[in-house]
Design a binder for this molecule. Structure first.
Ligand SMILES: CCCCCCCCCCCCC/C=C/C(=O)SCCNC(=O)CCNC(=O)[C@H](O)C(C)(C)COP(=O)(O)OP(=O)(O)OC[C@H]1O[C@@H](n2cnc3c(N)ncnc32)[C@H](O)[C@@H]1OP(=O)(O)O
Length: 719
């Protein structure tokens, strides 16, 4: 709703009231319509100020209403009534003015922002466009290039940038509503002709066609397959080429195609999923709202390889003092240089001084004696990690949280090396750790809720989507990834090429296919893990096929590639060839094709035609099936956890909402049928055998993804 009061005798003050972000729900829209009418019809009132309660102007349209039949006054006539008013209307922007919130402000005649406010049109990130006139007003106000940038990326700008761009008229460090009321008093009675943005002509750039062509190419490159950024470019083009009323019609038409699209549903699902994972719950019942995190002022990072360096930077950037430990002097010096460089570049981007003095370096583990939390990031070797944990237990002050940055090892085994296993959790960062937006917080049966709460809070402070998951091999992300890559290897055996597989996955929306991605990450990493799991032992000599391990189908192709010293980009060849070691441009490799042909001949395999659909079904459904097993095992609490992990850490296309949401969009019955089909064709591949949770969901009528938890709960209560 909206509250109306009169201040300073002649200013009507309208306050939006819809906590927590004053979203434009039906009640708020009705409130605005009513209060604007009251203000305009009050002869005492000479000007009007619109603000939001609790320090936030408005977070935009109410996203929760999008999935339902919409009631209440529509936004566009509401904005027009404000813009057409014969009394000046001033928006007082504190906190955020986003989406419909900024569009409301653009309908006002003046905008005053607090210096800490953020403004933007993030509709594109929800699969939409600014369809309350925003795509038509913003280009008229700030010009086509700047409007294209803001509308197609959805980025938020600071008040200072908004002032520079001409979005706001004034920025204040003081009380924004007071400043807006003062401003409203000064403009009362002045002509508003030049202040109605919709009546202004759109500034015309010199080469309109080239500008829009370039913008279109850019959005198609950066958001492969996403339809909203394309519609945003089209809407801005309408602003630049059509009169306002016709542009508005075009905006409406484009919005109609987006509004009910699967992509909009997926993106809005991810918006809420990202927030839902913060409300974590452990199987013991402990949860985010009952577990208090411990204060962390000083942390340590042990092991300064690439991961340790990134973690040190991420911790330092949130204001912690960090002790960075590396036993090898040469590596310590190298790491110090790299960390300082990253901190300097980060500080330059933010226009602040680099916090170099917050990091201290040491070769001696005793230096961690007074820290509140340690993150171990040594080489992925259980023996070594155990040794480090034993040393930490002896050195650290009582109560220090011990975190391991393992990507797959058993964190509970590590916890058992310490006298206080309740203080141990996994913090699985993704490389580069100061850039990547995902953190898996892994708890074991003995991890305390407080340790989990502390790691989750630290992740949030570092700006990461943090997801609490149970302990198992590979946790959630890598456990599912293993089956995705396994299918890709099987497809090579059956006749596919890395190019074909990658093409199918990239067309689906992944930034890189599985083979291109493996070349980038380094093939030796997985090889080492497979060797330590004993899966790479050549047992052909004993008469058993190298293509069988533990009674199941196994593809040794990746191991054979590694035996050739082909570790990907770093060695100049892997699944593709590169110009030189460290090269980035993947080229098709005749050696690899001939290797595949010889491999198939040696094992009596006949190459068959494989199409993109089979690649997608085999790779994605195998991974999704494992996702259901993870839910069944209680490793992830709900489908949102898995989806957030995949969107934020594994390049799953955001507009497809994550693997579990995707399965619900495809239809669970179809996923089940295709898995049954492929399992029938490949009975020696257990990962293709549909898991019981999937069957149960289908049997209970394939409920929508937000209702899966009920079925999972029932399943767990029956176990
Ligand atoms: C048949 C076809 C017909 C077609 C015609 C269709 C007609 C429809 C026309 C509609 C025209 C619409 C044009 C406008 C569209 C929009 O405005 S879309 C929304 C754009 N806004 C955003 O994307 C902002 C989203 N919010 C945020 O970025 C942040 O929440 C914040 C505002 C910056 C605050 O951040 P923070 O303080 O960190 O809090 P959070 O934890 O993020 O949020 C707190 C809770 O508030 C919920 N929430 C936030 N924003 C919204 C929102 N806009 N609507 C509903 N709910 C919102 C958020 O989910 C949190 O709640 P919980 O999930 O319960 O934790």
């Amino acid at each position: 709703m909206a509250q109306y009061t009169r201040v300073s005798g002649i200013v009507g003050l309208i306050t939006l009231q819809n906590p927590p972000v004053n979203a434009l729900s039906a009640a708020v829209r009705q409130g605005i319509v009513d209060t604007v009418k009251t203000a305009l019809s009050d002869p005492q009132v000479k000007s009007v100020v619109i603000c939001g309660q609790n320090g936030i102007f408005c977070g935009g349209a109410d996203i929760k209403e999008f999935g339902e039949k919409m009631f209440g006054p529509p936004l566009i006539p509401m904005m027009h009534a404000i813009e057409a008013a014969d009394k000046p209307v001033v928006a007082a922007i504190e906190g955020s003015a986003l989406g419909g919130g900024l569009e409301l402000a653009l309908g006002c005649h003046y905008r005053i922002a607090h210096s800490k406010a953020r403004l933007g049109l993030p509709e594109v990130t929800l699969g939409l466009l600014p369809a309350a006139g925003g795509s038509q007003r913003l280009p008229r106000l700030i010009g086509v290039p700047a409007a294209l940038d803001l509308i197609t990326t959805g980025r938020h700008v600071t008040a200072a940038e908004a002032l520079q761009l001409g979005i706001v008229d004034q920025v204040t460090d003081h009380n924004t509503v007071d400043a807006a009321v003062k401003f409203a008093l000064t403009v009362a009675g002045q002509s508003l002709d030049a202040r109605r943005i919709s009546t202004r002509p759109c500034p015309q750039p010199s080469d309109l066609d080239a500008l829009f062509e370039e913008a279109m190419q850019k959005v198609r490159r950066s958001a492969r397959g996403a339809i909203a950024p394309v519609a945003c470019v089209q809407a801005v083009r309408a602003a630049a080429t059509l009169p306002y009323a016709l542009g508005l019609e075009r905006e409406k038409e484009l919005m109609a195609t987006l509004f009910t699209s699967g992509q909009a549903r997926a993106l809005q699902y991810i918006f809420f999923a990202q927030r839902a994972v913060g409300r974590w719950r452990m199987p013991s019942g402990a949860s985010w709202d009952t577990s208090k995190p411990r204060p962390i002022n000083k942390a340590a990072v042990i092991g300064l390889g690439t991961m340790g360096q990134g973690i040190t930077v991420a911790l330092t950037q949130i204001g912690l003092s960090v002790v960075a430990i590396e036993t090898q002097e040469k590596q310590l010096m190298k790491a110090k240089q790299a960390i300082s460089g990253m901190l300097e570049r980060g500080a330059k981007r933010r226009g602040v001084a680099p916090p170099l003095d917050r990091v201290s370096y040491s070769q001696n583990i005793q230096a961690v004696a007074d820290v509140d939390l340690v993150i171990e990031a040594v080489f992925e070797d259980m023996g070594l990690k155990m040794e480090v944990f034993q040393q930490l237990s002896a050195v650290c002050k009582p109560g220090t949280l011990l975190c391991t940055n393992t990507s797959a090892l058993d964190m509970d085994q590590l916890a058992s090396e310490t006298p206080n296993p309740e203080l141990v959790v996994g913090m699985h960062f993704f490389s580069p750790a100061h850039v990547m937006k995902l953190l898996e917080v892994v708890y074991g049966p003995r991890s305390s809720p407080q340790a989990v709460a502390t790691a989750m809070q630290l992740g949030k402070k570092m700006g990461k989507a943090s997801v609490a998951v149970g302990n198992c091999t590979g946790f959630v992300g890598n456990r599912m990834l293993k089956l995705y890559t396994e299918q890709a290897f099987f497809l090579l055996e059956e006749g596919a090429t890395p190019e074909l597989v990658d093409e199918a996955l990239e067309e689906f929306g992944f930034p890189m296919g599985v083979f291109r991605m493996s070349d980038l990450a380094g093939l030796d990493v997985g090889w080492r893990i497979r060797k330590s799991a004993g899966l790479e032992e050549p047992i052909e000599a004993s008469g058993q096929s190298v293509r069988i391990r533990n009674g199941c189908r196994y593809s040794p192709i990746a191991d054979l590639i590694c035996e050739q010293g082909r570790f990907g980009q770093k060695t100049g060849s892997g699944w593709y060839q590169y110009d030189a070691p460290g090269g980035r441009v993947a080229r098709s490799d005749p050696w690899l094709h001939s290797f595949l042909a010889k491999y198939r001949a040696r094992h009596g395999l006949v190459a068959r035609g494989i199409d993109h659909q089979e690649v997608l079904e085999r790779c994605l459904y195998a991974m999704i099936n494992e996702g259901f097993r993870i839910l069944e095992d209680g490793i992830a609490a709900g489908p949102e956890d898995i989806d957030v992990i995949y969107v934020f850490g594994y390049g799953w296309p955001r507009h497809r909402g994550g693997p579990m949401f995707y399965a619900s969009m495809v239809g669970l019955a179809k996923v089940l049928e295709r898995l049954e089909h492929y399992h029938h064709a490949h009975p020696d591949v257990p990962s293709l055998q549909p898991c019981s949770l999937l069957k149960r969901l289908v049997a209970s009528g394939s409920p929508p993804v937000h209702r899966w938890r009920e079925v999972i709960k029932k399943l767990h209560s029956q176990l």
